[in-house]
Design a protein around this ligand. Sequence first.
Ligand SMILES: [Fe+2]
Ligand SMILES: [Fe+2]
Length: 181
Amino acid sequence: MADFLTDVETLRRRARENIEQGPITSAYGADRERVISVLNEALATELVCVLRYKRHYYTATGLNAAPVAAEFLQHATEEQGHADQIAMRITQLQGEPNFDPEGLATRSHAEYDDSVDLLDMVREDLIAERVAIESYSEIIAWLGTNDSTTRRMLEDILSVEEEHADDLLSILQDIGNSTGR
Ligand SMILES: [Fe+2]
Ligand SMILES: [Fe+2]
């Protein structure tokens, strides 16, 4: 078996050097600045998703609206949780989470939507989830083994986005069946 660990003396010396970098050691394999900037795009995506779901929650009306609105609210809460996790990770990487509303929609991968029709809302939400799923999958593959903590966090978030997309598809099919659209 190959020797995989740096000798103890070297490990201890390196840990003492660069102490201001907190959890970031020489074993961190990714491009930290690039990861922070990608995470800030993910943060913007989550924040835009919170706003979109909140808008949909408060404006959903009609026969089928109540259970769908409840779903919008749950998704909004979960997207807020993702935003918090991502912001926390950015600070661990010694970066600054960008909450600036200026440019938020441009930094975000997914789009805002203010449709008035319930079916349109659900469709736009599903599209936004699919955008998030695709971009998280790409980021996860890009990180590989170079930043396991960020990758694991994004894998957890990705699985929730997949649940969201699945929920929305079911709703879309239910509404489609009941209204013949
Ligand atoms: Fe999310
Ligand atoms: Fe989502």
